[in-house]
Design a binder for this molecule. Sequence first.
Ligand SMILES: NC(=O)N[C@@H](CC(=O)O)C(=O)O
Ligand SMILES: [Zn+2]
Ligand SMILES: [Zn+2]
Length: 342
Amino acid sequence: MQKLTLTRPDDWHLHLRDGAALKAVLPHTVRQFARAIVMPNLKPPVRSLADAAAYRDRIIAAIPAGKQFEPLMTLYLTDNTSPDDIVAAKASEFVKAVKYYPAGATTNSESGVTDIRRCDRVFEAMQQVDMPLLLHGEVTHKDVDVFDREKVFIEQKLIPLKQRFPKLRVVLEHITTSDAVEFVLATNNIAATITPQHLLFNRNMIFKGGIRPHFYCLPILKRETHRQALLQAATSGSPKFFLGTDSAPHTRNSKESSCGCAGCFSALHAMELYAEAFESADALDKLEAFASFYGPDFYQLPRNTEQITLTKTTWRIPDEVPFTEAGLVPLWAGNEMTWQMV
Ligand SMILES: NC(=O)N[C@@H](CC(=O)O)C(=O)O
Ligand SMILES: [Zn+2]
Ligand SMILES: [Zn+2]
């Protein structure tokens, strides 16, 4: 195949940051996607409807002139979120989900939830008004191996949560294991997003010839059997799996550091990365539904009507793109790509 025309996709898990960083990264997402679920892990986080409204205004102000883009907002769940916050958010129409971060699990998660059971009154309200819950699905206990954090989260937190709130609609974000794939397939009212890095790479990539911080994200890349399970799920045609890049920009120096930040920047070339992954599984015909149909269907939003085109063209991912005071290294910088968005 030389040319791929798809309904314009949406990104169902995206970090846009704020200020100068927002202005630098947003045009990349706008080039590819019509809408995105915008993560609330700013400093301080987006906790209230007022925070979300103000952040949404800043995003809209940063959209390049003449371009269309709709930010879909999320609230950051804390130990102090109230059922009233949920009711107000639902009424706003622009807050589409609430995000759970276990305290300390990932970038800017210091204000996250200390014990998921503390939020049961909030989950009750979310189930009631049908507000989706988005999960960073990892436990943070120091004795749990970093490669087991997702599996243990499913066993210890998610299975009981789904038993308490079977109708609560959940997205297990950026899944990384066959355990997550199996759980999502077997459980009602739960879907999952899958990132390009978890479809393309296994954990060897983090250590190829030396330590490679630009392949470090959370949940961390897993072994090859898990990558294959994710690729199989994404290309299976199941509506439970859809696109969420988790594009998470950090300056080059904060990644190339003695204590480097977690996160891969993929907004520059997200659709090209997914196309490479789907082509590797001989499943380019499944890309459109994964990228453009199953996400809006889950969020009960209309599918987009415009189209995008990718062509078979060789190009090299740049070593760096402009960002803030320091540059930003795209995922898989220097690699030769074979698909390019027109
Ligand atoms: N995925 C990451 O490794 N990092 C994300 C946070 C997150 O999605 O967990 C970030 O905000 O940098
Ligand atoms: Zn996360
Ligand atoms: Zn994320």
